[in-house]
Design a protein around this ligand. Structure first.
Ligand code: PLP
Length: 238
């Protein structure tokens, strides 16, 4: 191997290792098992050259927020690493559902009946098994995607009884500038009410708190890959 490649591999491995150690520490502190927490490495805006060393280091679970970007980046990587698990963590538009079902393994951002209906239809058409999450707008922010907390039970019911798709858990993105713990607690409470126990919550700045509140999936970008400089992609809203 070239020394630059080797360097990149080493840097990536230690970044990954550092995060895994922090996850383990947070799990122990919360009296939880490390093995019940899944790390989603959020690779949006980063190119294949940056992602590749993490795959070589053994990581397989990644998060992306744009269908178009995934179409460019991931098919080649998947070819070499067939056991990749890709999570869609950005908003899903109805005209992208078919591609999203084809490109992703987990869709975390179901937030309305129309999307659920289209997803159900595509999943059957492509005969693909996907894991699905409902995104909850825990802060009830008008500009943010996600179903309102009081509508989660209804949407879940529609998915189960009408569209016949299985929802595995709930996802949230706390509003900027607010205490994330409040929102993690809301998501957990909703989960209890509707009978779901998988929670995708927590990012680079707050994943330890999320683990304390029961996160089973944490989505970490910058703490693994470094700063993103593409402003447009940095937006968590849609
Ligand atoms: C970008 C993004 C993340 C990762 O954010 P970091 O602060 O870089 O860890 C997590 N979740 C969603 C939905 C995102 O869009």
């Amino acid at each position: 191997m070239q020394s630059a490649t080797l360097n990149r591999l080493e840097t990536s491995m230690s970044a990954l290792q550092a995060i895994l150690m922090r996850i383990e520490k947070a799990a122990v502190k919360a009296n939880r098992k490390f093995s019940e927490i899944t790390l989603i490495a959020v690779s949006k805006t980063f190119n294949t050259q940056t992602i590749l060393p993490f795959l070589k280091a053994g990581h397989r679970i990644f998060g992306e927020n744009r269908v178009q970007e995934v179409k460019k980046k991931w098919p080649a990587l998947r070819h070499h690493f067939p056991d990749i698990e890709l999570h869609l963590i950005g908003p899903l538009q109805s005209n992208k559902v078919s591609e999203a079902v084809r490109l992703f393994d987990v869709i975390e951002t179901i937030d309305r009946d129309k999307i659920a209906a289209l997803l159900a239809q595509e999943i059957r058409r492509q005969n693909k098994s996907l894991k699905l999450y409902i995104q909850v707008n825990t802060g009830s922010e008008s500009q943010k995607s996600g179903v309102a907390p009081h509508n989660v039970a209804h949407l879940l019911n529609q998915c189960k009884n009408y569209h016949k798709i299985y929802i595995e858990g709930l996802m949230c993105i706390p509003p900027l500038g607010e205490n994330p713990a409040t929102h993690f607690a809301i998501l957990k409470k909703i989960g209890r009410e509707v009978g779901l126990s998988r929670f995708s919550m927590g990012m680079s700045n707050d994943f330890e708190t999320a683990i304390a509140f029961g996160a089973t999936h944490i989505r970490i970008g910058s703490a693994i890959f470094g700063h993103r400089n593409n402003k447009k992609n940095q937006s968590l809203y849609g």
